[in-house]
Write a protein that binds this ligand. Structure first.
Ligand SMILES: [Zn+2]
Ligand SMILES: [Zn+2]
Length: 407
C-alpha cells in the first residue's frame, strides 16, 4: 500500500485537531484573509450610559487559544480578500457622496513630463509609432499593449528621475494647495469675498491616488459643488486652480501636468454615479507595485539586486529616492501621501463604516448565543491584546484557508 504524501497527512491532522471547527469559523469571519493576525487577550464590552457589562471575552476560552483578525490590507497584491472588502467600502463611500442634486465632476490630475517614455497611442484601431522625433530621444516602435517597455524612459540618461521622485513626494502637498486655490477661484468667480464663501457654497471631494506605468502618481477625484451654481462654474474654477497651483522647492517649482480631464457626473451620461464609484474603488486597491516596483519598504539599497520583476525604470526611481534621503518612501517611488482621502463632509468615513460593520458582527454573534442586540449608541470596549503572530502557522493551515476562502 502506498504511503499518503506528507502534506496530505498534515492536512488530515489539522482537520482532526480539536480546535479545527472553531478555527475554520475564524477564517470565515476574517473573510479568508491571507495574512490574518493572531491575537491573545481579553476584552469587556460596557454600555457607557449605564455602566452595565454586556459581555466579556477571553481568548483563553477559545479552543485555539487565540483569535484571528483580518490584516485589512487594501492592496490586492498583499491580500486579495481584504482588498475586496476595502474596495467595497470605497465604493459605498464614493457612491453615498454622489447621490445629490449638486453639480459633480470626475477629474483626473496628472504629473508633468520628466522625459519621453515609451507609449502606445491608438488612432482608431491603429497603433501610432511611439516617439518619432527629429531631435532628442526617439522610438518608432508600435508597441503591443503588453510590452514591458511601456512607461519606461526612452533614454534613461536624460530622464529627470530627481524631478519625477520629488514630484511624487510632494504630490499630496500639490493636491492640498489645489484645494486652497479652488476655493479662492470659486469665490472670485461667484463674486464673494473668500471669507464669505461658506455662506453661499461648499466644495467637497473624495480622491484616490493611482500609479501610472511611468511610476508617477496621478489622482482621480470626485468634486462636488454644494450651492446654487452650475457645473460650468465648478469646471472653470477647477481648470484655473489647477493651472495656478505651484509647490516651491529650493531649486524647482512643482506643478500639475497639462493633461487635466474633467467630466461631469450625470444620470444617463457616460460617467454615472455607479460607474465613477466602481472605477475609483477598483484603483483604490492597487499599490505602487502596479508601476513595477516592490511592495514593502526597503531596508538596504543592496536588496534591490535580489528583487525579481523590478523594472529598470522603477529601479532608477528607487535609487534616486535613496540618494535624496527619501528612503522610507523609496519603494513607493517617492510618494508618501494617502491613497484615498476625502473632505470632511463628502460622506461617511471609513471608520464609521467599519464601526457599523463591527457592531453588526457583534449582534450576529450575540443572536447566535440567544442574546438580544446591543443597545444603540456608542459602546465602550476595554481590553488588552497582544499580537502573537501573523499569517497561518503551517502549510496545512494555509491550504485549508484557501479551501475555506473558495468554498
Ligand atoms: Zn487580509
Ligand atoms: Zn517606444
Amino acid at each position: 500500500m502506498n504511503e499518503l504524501p506528507q502534506w496530505m497527512k498534515h492536512l488530515g491532522e489539522r482537520a482532526s485537531a480539536p480546535d479545527f471547527e472553531r478555527w475554520r469559523q475564524m477564517v470565515t469571519n476574517v473573510g479568508g484573509c491571507t495574512h490574518p493576525i493572531r491575537l491573545a487577550g481579553e476584552s469587556t464590552t460596557v454600555d457607557p450610559a449605564t455602566g452595565e457589562v454586556l459581555g466579556t471575552y477571553n481568548t483563553r476560552d477559545e479552543p485555539t487559544g487565540y483569535i484571528l483578525t483580518a490584516c485589512g490590507n487594501r492592496r490586492a497584491s498583499r491580500c486579495e480578500p481584504c482588498s475586496r472588502v476595502y474596495a467595497d467600502d470605497i465604493f459605498h463611500l464614493i457612491h453615498s457622496g454622489l447621490v445629490s442634486e449638486c453639480p459633480r465632476v470626475f477629474t483626473t490630475f496628472t504629473a508633468p513630463s520628466f522625459g519621453p517614455v515609451h507609449t502606445r497611442v491608438l488612432v482608431g484601431d491603429r497603433v501610432r509609432p511611439c516617439h518619432p522625433r527629429d531631435t532628442g530621444p526617439s522610438c518608432r516602435l508600435r508597441h503591443s499593449s503588453d510590452d514591458p517597455r511601456l512607461g519606461q524612459a526612452i533614454d534613461s540618461d536624460s530622464y529627470d528621475y530627481t524631478g519625477a521622485v520629488l514630484w511624487n513626494h510632494h504630490a499630496g502637498k500639490l493636491w492640498h494647495t489645489f484645494t486652497v486655490y479652488l476655493r479662492r477661484h470659486l469665490a472670485e468667480l461667484v463674486g464673494v469675498p473668500r471669507s464669505r464663501l461658506g455662506d453661499v457654497l461648499r466644495v467637497e471631494y473624495a480622491k484616490v491616488a493611482e500609479y501610472q506605468a511611468r511610476g508617477l502618481v496621478h489622482f482621480h477625484a470626485v468634486i462636488r459643488l454644494d450651492g446654487p451654481f452650475g457645473v460650468d462654474v465648478l469646471t472653470e474654477a477647477i481648470t484655473s486652480a489647477t493651472l495656478a497651483t505651484r509647490v516651491s522647492l529650493p531649486d524647482r517649482s512643482l506643478r500639475w501636468g497639462a493633461q487635466l480631464d474633467i467630466r461631469p457626473i450625470e444620470t444617463g451620461g457616460h460617467w454615472t454615479d455607479q460607474r465613477v464609484a466602481r472605477y475609483i474603488a477598483k484603483y483604490a486597491t492597487k499599490g505602487a507595485e502596479a508601476a513595477g516596483t516592490v511592495n514593502r519598504p526597503l531596508r538596504n539599497i543592496r536588496h534591490l539586486e535580489r528583487i525579481r520583476g523590478l523594472t529598470p525604470h522603477a529601479r532608477r526611481m528607487i535609487e534616486h529616492c535613496w540618494q535624496l534621503g527619501l528612503r522610507d518612501w523609496a519603494h513607493m517611488l517617492g510618494y508618501g501621501g494617502h491613497f484615498s482621502t476625502k473632505s470632511r463632509r463628502y460622506s461617511a468615513t471609513l471608520g464609521a463604516m467599519r464601526a457599523a460593520r463591527a457592531r453588526h458582527r457583534l449582534d450576529e454573534a450575540r443572536a447566535h448565543e440567544g442574546l438580544p442586540p446591543l443597545p444603540p449608541g456608542p459602546l465602550a470596549r476595554v481590553g488588552s491584546w497582544q499580537v502573537i503572530g501573523t499569517g497561518y502557522r503551517t502549510l496545512a493551515e494555509e491550504t485549508w484557508a484557501e479551501t475555506i476562502r473558495s468554498a
